[in-house]
Write a protein of this length. Structure first.
Lengths: 228, 169
């Protein structure tokens, strides 16, 4: 033990944070590659890896004394977080629109996503799903990455890499999530706000599925489901 | 910049400082134990998942035998101990190539006498197609429909049988 008496040393603290990231990622892998491949039609099996990952995150927050506010469950910096996200979102939407126009002939489908065919249905699904993903990605993985590398480009890169790897073997989705993950992780380190990130997640997902045909994205499928 | 903005930024900085709170040794040990327990639970879960999948999709209760294979016919029987009345479908492969599929519903009095099925109608007989002279291998698989009806699996019945086809047949 290299830290002060009764505290973990730096190396131990980093190793523990890395183990936490790996453990949550392993739960996602078990869900995406194990349950969806072997669990048949029953999605109840998903509750086990998802429940274990959530239990770990909550337990870890408690052990480290992180409050909901620390994690980004707050509104006081919502506007500033949106400002931090705006350049990345605008750039992403322009790039997506250009890709959709140049490569796929501009056949945009504005409300063809999940959550039904209405904008309201999509918005609810997109924001809730985005909030869950951003909590795990930023509220947990980004924060643990900062324990390993400190705030800055290395922890941002690690967060985006983990996010992209969990979207394999879908190559285009992995690339898109890596780029978006960089922007989100950077914005979180400037203004930690999960609601703004969830909104951004929903808008960018909507932009992605509206501009790029589902066939090119393989219907956003990841893990074993990617293969049909 | 207003006082409120400055306060929000100060709180953000505090939150980020909190990204690296130093754990006490005791809390670190507890977290490590939790991680070990989670790993064990997930490993057991994957084992249970694989066992469930194997049982549901590769029915170990299928019984049968490939009894005869020659240049004229290939015959045997198959029954599902879980569903004794069911007459599974069987597929014939010769030298690794699919040849034919049929239901195992031919009469086999010996199977009923041995109490391996609920009725005698669990046999199968395939007519051997024209083959080149020489040695050939016959394999028969029962088609097992998975519990979720999403997947079907081929379960080999008995052991592969080799047989000779003579010149001039």
């Amino acid at each position: 033990m290299s830290g002060s008496v009764g505290q973990l040393g730096d190396a131990e603290s980093r190793a523990l944070a890395a183990w936490e990231i790996a453990s949550v990622a392993a739960s996602v892998v078990v869900a995406a590659w194990g349950v969806l491949a072997l669990g048949g039609v029953s999605r109840l099996w998903l509750a086990v890896p998802v429940g274990l990952a959530v239990a770990l995150m909550i337990y870890s927050h408690g052990g480290r004394g992180e409050s909901l506010r620390d994690l980004g469950w707050r509104f006081d910096n919502f506007g500033r977080a949106l400002v931090a996200l705006a350049p990345m979102m605008l750039a992403s939407m322009v790039v997506l629109a250009a890709c959709g126009w140049l490569w796929f002939g501009g056949r945009f489908s504005l409300f063809g996503g999940r959550g039904g065919s209405t904008l309201a249905g999509y918005a609810v699904w997109g924001v809730v799903w985005g909030l869950l993903q951003q909590y795990a990605l930023q509220g947990f993985i980004n924060r643990r990455a900062q324990i390993i590398f400190g705030a800055g480009w290395r922890s941002i890169l690690l967060t985006a890499l983990v996010f992209a790897l969990l979207h394999l073997p879908n190559p285009w989705l992995a690339a898109a999530t890596f780029l978006a993950g960089l922007g989100w992780a950077h914005a979180y380190q400037r203004a930690p706000n999960l609601f703004a990130l969830a909104l951004s997640h929903a808008v960018l997902t909507w932009a992605l599925i509206s501009t790029v045909p589902a066939a090119a994205l393989e219907g956003l499928r990841v893990g074993f489901k990617y293969f049909g | 910049m207003t006082t409120g903005d400055l306060e929000t930024r100060r709180r953000d900085a505090e939150s980020l400082t909190h990204a690296s709170p130093r754990l006490s040794a005791r809390a670190g040990a507890r977290l490590s134990r939790f991680l070990v327990a989670k790993s064990l639970a997930e490993t057991l879960f994957v084992v249970a998942l694989v066992a469930h999948f194997s049982y549901a999709h590769f029915n170990p209760r299928l019984r049968g035998s490939l009894d005869a294979a020659d240049a004229r016919e290939i015959a045997g029987w198959v029954a599902d101990a879980d569903r004794p009345a069911a007459q599974p479908e069987v597929e014939l492969y010769l030298d690794g190539q699919f040849v034919a599929r049929r239901r195992a519903d031919a009469a086999r009095a010996d199977v009923l006498e041995a109490r391996r099925a609920a009725s005698a109608e669990h046999g199968f007989v395939f007519q051997t197609p024209p083959l080149l002279p020489g040695e050939h291998e016959a394999r028969v698989f029962a088609v097992h429909e998975g519990a979720d009806l999403e997947r079907k699996a081929l379960v080999e019945i008995g052991k592969p049988m080799r047989f000779q086809v003579a010149e001039g047949r």
